[in-house]
Design a protein around this ligand. Structure first.
Ligand code: IPE
Ligand code: IPE
Ligand code: MG
Length: 281
């Protein structure tokens, strides 16, 4: 195996982006990833599922670094869903120990890339020692101004919406809010993601075409991109492929747009000059 490339906080230049077939003004502001297929990746190699989760954490590291260098403003990673409580206790324990280690080991990256570190989801059910390390990293990053790295932990979108609805009901009952004030903005302001941009691009790996209770409110107009690769095998080249596909999408938000310039889009809707060969790094 060749030695890993040196890690650097240096952001990509426009020329670097052009070399990847990307343009800064066509990048998503917020990327949200459903990191699926860890278990299958491991089992396919005759290894236990938990090794897939460990490899998945390494992928997360690489994707975080790449998004930071690309100048993405927010990356939200779906780490543990409300429904994942159905997993065997040993798998849950492994995921929690991995999360604890990740929160600690991310600290140099958080500093190097000036990352903000946040979470969404319920905070009451996860082990206190794990959340303490997560909170220490959040605290360390609170003055940072770079990419927001958001971990969805014990997160379920329906749960989040129900919690927001309860808050609204409480405020109405207490007289602080009138039913007429319950607008889309008022709901959004009571979600865990209050104040953040909605995802522009949702990535899902392992070839699954579903959203699994992830950010249902916030992804109303997100572009969806499914990769067949399981998350541990998903690399920066795959991310760049997804970003090129995103750049070629015609986002209309219910309205009508001018057609995209013909010289930048080929028949498959992929920007030319970029290729889809997965070989560029
Ligand atoms: C995603 O990988 C990680 C979590 C859901 C925690 P999976 O564990 O779902 O892997 P597969 O889908 O079973 O392969
Ligand atoms: C979605 O993956 C949740 C996370 C990636 C944390 P799952 O593996 O739990 O989703 P389903 O069960 O296949 O829908
Ligand atoms: Mg899965």
């Amino acid at each position: 195996m060749s030695a890993p490339a040196p890690r650097t906080a240096e952001p990509y230049t426009d020329a670097d982006l052009a070399g990847f077939g990307l343009r800064r003004d066509r990048l998503p502001v917020h990327v949200a990833a459903i990191m699926d297929g860890n278990g299958r990746w491991a089992v396919d190699q005759g290894r236990p599922r938990h090794e897939g989760h460990a490899a998945g954490a390494e992928t997360a590291d690489r994707i975080v670094e790449e998004c930071a260098k690309l100048g993405i403003e927010q990356l939200t990673l779906y780490c543990f869903s409300r429904e994942n409580w159905k997993r065997p206790a040993a798998e849950f324990q492994f995921l929690m120990s991995l999360l604890k280690r990740y929160a600690v080991e991310q600290r140099p990256n958080v500093t190097r890339h000036d990352l903000r570190f946040e979470t969404i989801g319920r905070r009451d059910g996860l082990p206190a020692d794990v959340m303490a390390e997560v909170d220490r990293t959040i605290e360390l990053a609170k003055e940072n101004r770079g990419m927001r790295l958001c971990l969805a932990l014990d997160y379920g979108s329906r749960d989040e919406i129900a919690r927001a609805a309860r808050r609204i009901a409480d405020e109405v009952a207490a007289g602080g809010l009138s039913p007429n004030d319950v607008t889309e903005d008022a709901v959004a302001a009571r979600l865990d993601t209050a104040g953040w941009p909605d995802p522009d691009l949702v990535l899902r790996t392992a070839g699954e075409y579903r959203v699994s209770n992830f950010l249902l409110w916030q992804i109303s107009y997100a572009e969806l991109y499914v990769s067949d690769k399981p998350w541990p095998a998903f690399g920066v080249t795959d991310l760049r492929n997804a970003l090129r596909a995103f750049a070629s999408r015609d986002r209309r938000f219910g309205g009508l747009n001018d057609p995209p310039p013909p010289e930048t889009v080929d028949d498959a809707g992929i920007n030319d000059g970029a290729g889809d060969d997965g070989a560029k790094a």
